[in-house]
Design a protein. Structure first.
Length: 174
């Protein structure tokens, strides 16, 4: 199990991952997997540009995306690491957003994905990562706690949704 940077050679495996999310009808998490991959090379370039801070819209911060693959090269999940926090991210987005393809959940992959992402965050200079989830998302809460998350104050969104906020020390070893 390892994290890879998005690249053209992973197109077939990524498209399988993407299509499974589409077919599930679920909200895609992290947000970057909502990006239409029909022009795959443009999507990969967009992700690379984001990681370098190129053409970032106002109010956004540079972010790095990685895909979790298994030994067979199957894309199991994706993670997006924001390099800094805006007020919105501090309240309800955090440094790290992640998701596991629907058919591969409840197998411990999210815990591994977050552990590896914390190492990447440390490489980016983020020593303490803010990781958040909705209060109703008990699986994600468990994943964060399994990676040493320390609960901070909750944030209540305008619609009443409670966002659980956790700080995790970066860079847990493999």
């Amino acid at each position: 199990m390892r994290l890879i940077e998005p690249a053209i050679e992973w197109q077939e495996n990524y498209l399988s991952f993407y299509q499974e999310w589409v077919d599930s009808g679920e909200q895609m998490t992290p947000w970057v997997i909502e990006k239409d991959p029909s022009d795959f090379s443009a999507m990969v370039q967009y992700l690379e540009n984001n990681s370098k801070g190129i053409n970032i819209p106002d109010g956004f911060v540079p972010d790095s995306t990685f895909w979790l693959i298994n030994e067979q090269g199957r894309v199991l999940g994706a993670v997006n690491i924001r390099h800094a926090l805006t007020e919105l991210l501090r309240n309800a987005g955090g440094h790290i957003g992640y998701g596991i393809r629907p058919s591969e959940r409840q197998k411990g992959y999210a815990t591994q994905l977050l552990r590896l992402a914390l190492g990447k965050a440390k490489e980016l200079g983020i020593q303490h990562s803010l990781v958040v989830c909705d209060q109703s998302n008990t699986a994600s809460m468990k994943t964060i706690l399994n990676n040493g998350g320390v609960e901070d104050e909750d944030f209540v969104e305008e619609d009443g949704n409670v966002v659980k906020r956790f700080w995790v020390n970066g860079g847990l070893d493999d």
